[in-house]
Design a protein. Structure first.
Length: 95
């Protein structure tokens, strides 16, 4: 659907008081393609149309790489400190 995207991973990020959670989608771009606001709009609209508005991530960000172990699992260890959000996310997803 998006030939410019090489890989992606989606994680939940809890607020510091654990009263709220938002979804963050990380996109790894294929060589020769750039992450831009147009792509964010296209991805958001596709998720909204194919799934529902509830499934649209609150934030979509580019990443250089998504680490994959030899067991084909994606491990994300992200230290995020954004305004009122502070979380240490450890998510294990099947690739």
């Amino acid at each position: 659907m998006f030939p410019q995207i090489a890989d992606s991973v989606c994680v939940g990020q809890s607020s510091s008081d654990k009263s709220d959670e938002r979804v963050v989608l990380f996109l790894k771009m294929k060589s020769g393609f750039e992450f831009d606001s147009n792509l964010v709009t296209l991805v958001s609209n596709a998720i909204r149309e194919k799934l529902s508005p509830r499934h649209v991530p609150a934030v979509i960000l580019p990443v250089e790489d998504i680490p994959v172990s030899i067991y084909i699992y994606i491990y994300i260890h992200i230290n995020i400190d954004i305004s009122s959000y502070k979380a240490f996310i450890k998510t294990l997803s099947v690739y």
